[in-house]
Design a protein around this ligand. Structure first.
Ligand code: CMP
Length: 135
């Protein structure tokens, strides 16, 4: 089924000049970029986006990182896009992510891992409403 996913190309990727490379991978795969916006997350949006993580020990530095500069927020569409994009970005920890995935190829960090993507249809619905309320 054609689905939509909320994808964030995180501040580390933008700072490192990897935005174009990452967008190109999604395009070459055949996914459709339905919306694309440069945004800087503020504290409120961070707390809402990461509602499941706000109590965790890794959250304060994660929030600091995610609000540290511009990121690219995308709506990606395609057949099974939620699962497809998760496979393309790889495991959370860049040191463990498989070669050939975005994190496996470009990240050595568990926090600065370049890309966020919705992990289920339920999170996609919640995150899309949060980032792109008009779509
Ligand atoms: P993301 O897919 O955006 O979802 C939660 C984020 O928290 C994750 O990517 C990482 O950036 C970060 N994260 C998850 N687990 C850890 C951890 N153990 N230590 C530091 N950061 C983490």
């Amino acid at each position: 089924p054609v689905e939509r996913s909320l994808v964030l190309v995180k501040p580390d990727a933008v700072r490192r000049g990897l935005l174009g490379e990452i967008l190109a991978r999604f395009e070459r795969k055949g996914l459709v970029i339905e919306a694309l916006e440069m945004r800087t997350m503020d504290a409120t949006l961070a707390d809402q986006h990461y509602a499941d993580h706000v109590e965790k020990a890794f959250y304060p530095p994660l929030k600091q990182f995610m609000t540290s500069g511009p990121l690219a927020a995308l709506v990606l569409a395609g057949d099974n896009v939620i699962e497809v994009v998760r496979a393309m970005i790889g495991a959370t920890d860049g040191r463990k992510a498989a070669a050939g995935t975005i994190r496996g190829d470009y990240s050595l960090s568990n926090r600065e891992n370049l890309v966020h993507a919705s992990d289920s249809p339920e999170s996609a619905a919640r995150e899309l409403a949060l980032w792109f309320p008009k779509i």
